[in-house]
Design a protein around this ligand. Structure first.
Ligand SMILES: [Zn+2]
Length: 429
């Protein structure tokens, strides 16, 4: 079998296309395949799908294809153009690779699959592509996926802020809680960050939102109240964010107390930070004894810890009224604790309690997006590979957007033999 026949078979080249020439350069480990078409053809207009005579050719394009036995493989082709009476001179939709890409459909799909599993550096190494070309494939994939994405606002939304790298720059992320996908990424964490997401939908569409999990963060609350009908009943302050306020207060109590003890030469609280922050059941076995000994002492941080642990039970209730009743008792305890940071946290919670107890009805948290969060943390760790914020955003859409990323060849062939056109297709002139 000669190499032209071999490649015609393995590349699936169909008439009127044919392989004109195959060049194998063993030293350079490179194969170049030249594809041409028969002379007697008609060309499909990419706009109206009618066939007309060949007008001319675009300059030669070279597509990188999947390696052949580890030899880099390239396909050379000059794409015909058509002169449609209705749409003017048009280049055909290429059957080899997406217009604007220098990779075949198969190779570009391979790059995407590798990038889904690896860092950018590893992907560019494994695919033997420059970082830029690899990144371009990723960007094209995201643009393609976002264009194909259905215009739809999820029923249950999570809104979260993420700091990126160092420098405390923030991004606002909007999740579809049920699909566990990132729907939207926006600069900053202000009113506009979330507003710009809601603005993509009309009032009726926004009415379809049933619940929104978020932090107790005024810009998010205000944007949601402005755009989502009956937002008061739909906003649920994320329980982990709520707990975070109390956990931070426990930590402040520990720091203050540790400082006081140290002044008297006591190191009782040295190295105990996480013992007080972990949930009780998460304290590692080897530290349990130490923790129980500390609890026997009359420590302020110990009281703060007990207040924190007790608040967690509030989310077990099935009805908002019971949650509220439990909170009222807890609030009395917290505000009489003589622990300033705890009192402050309790007052913050009280100011937001109406939308903490909405949890009883909607039972949503941002932790449902845990899988997504893990992926984002991974993206952040690889962030040195992303040169700016726009890159970081693209990476989040790529890994967490649930997008249809892969390029697809045109459904209908772009060339036909003249004889076939007049028999079956019509529209010739
Ligand atoms: Zn046309």
């Amino acid at each position: 079998m000669d190499d032209k026949i071999l490649f015609t078979k393995i590349l699936g080249i169909k008439p009127p296309w044919f392989i004109d020439k195959v060049e194998v350069q063993e030293k350079r480990q490179r194969i170049d395949i030249y594809v041409d078409h028969e002379a007697d053809i008609r060309v499909r207009c990419p706009v109206c799908n009618k066939f007309y005579g060949l007008y001319d050719h675009s300059p030669e394009r070279i597509y990188r294809h999947l390696d052949t036995c580890e030899m880099s493989t390239y396909i050379h082709v000059r794409l015909p153009r058509v002169n449609c009476p209705d749409h003017g001179v048009k280049r055909i939709d290429s059957e080899f690779g997406e217009n604007g890409s220098d990779m075949t459909f198969a190779f570009e799909s391979f790059v995407i699959r590798v990038a889904q599993e690896c860092s950018m550096e590893a992907s560019s190494r494994l695919c033997r592509l420059s970082w830029d070309r690899c990144w371009n494939a990723l960007t094209r994939a995201v643009n393609r996926g976002r264009k194909r994405k259905e215009h739809r606002i999820p029923e249950r939304i999570g809104v979260d802020e993420k700091s990126i790298a160092r420098g405390h720059k923030y991004e606002t992320l909007v999740y579809d809680i049920d699909a566990a996908t990132v729907e939207y990424v926006s600069d900053d964490r202000n009113h506009q960050s979330l507003e710009s997401y809601y603005q993509q939908f009309n009032k009726e569409e926004r009415g379809g939102v049933k619940a929104i999990a978020m932090d107790m963060w005024d810009p998010y609350i205000n944007a949601t109240k402005a755009y989502i009908p009956d937002a008061d009943e739909k906003i649920v302050f994320d329980r982990f964010h709520v707990m975070r306020h109390v956990i931070d207060a426990v930590d402040k109590v520990r720091k203050l107390e540790h400082r006081l003890l140290k002044e008297h030469g006591e190191q009782t609280l040295k190295g105990t930070k996480y013992l007080w922050l972990w949930s009780h059941e998460n304290i590692p076995d080897w530290r349990k004894e130490q923790f129980e000994q500390l609890r026997d002492k009359d420590l302020r941080v110990c009281r703060a810890w007990a207040i924190k642990e007790n608040l967690r039970h509030m989310w077990n209730y099935r009805y908002a009224a019971y949650m509220r009743k439990y909170f009222t008792k807890w609030y009395f305890w917290a505000t009489h604790s003589r622990l300033e940071p705890i009192k402050k946290a309790a007052r913050t919670l009280k100011a937001h309690i109406d939308n903490i107890v909405t949890y009883a009805k909607h039972r949503i948290t941002n932790a449902l997006a845990e899988g997504v969060n893990a992926k984002i943390e991974k993206i952040k760790r690889m962030a040195c590979g992303y040169r700016n914020r726009a890159h970081y955003r693209t990476a989040i859409y790529f890994h967490c957007g649930g997008l249809d990323l892969f390029p697809k060849p045109p459904v209908k062939p772009c060339l036909s033999f003249r004889a076939l056109c007049t028999q079956h297709v019509g529209g010739t002139h």
